[in-house]
Design a protein around this ligand. Structure first.
Ligand SMILES: [Zn+2]
Length: 54
């Protein structure tokens, strides 16, 4: 399963969610700390690895 990384825009908390893309779209992740839905998605570790050729 892909791992999604998020950062809360309000409290700057970083958190990870492992779920399918379908689940992700249906659930709309919220910050585990302040429960805000104002979160920005970061690049997942899986994709970051394939992009590190240098
Ligand atoms: Zn938060």
């Amino acid at each position: 399963m892909p791992l999604y990384e998020f950062q809360c825009k309000k409290c700057k908390e970083n958190f990870e969610i492992s779920c399918s893309l379908k689940e992700y779209e249906e659930t709309k992740p919220s910050c585990p700390k302040c429960k805000s839905k104002e979160v920005s998605r970061r690049i997942s570790l899986f994709f970051a690895k394939t992009d590190s050729k240098t």
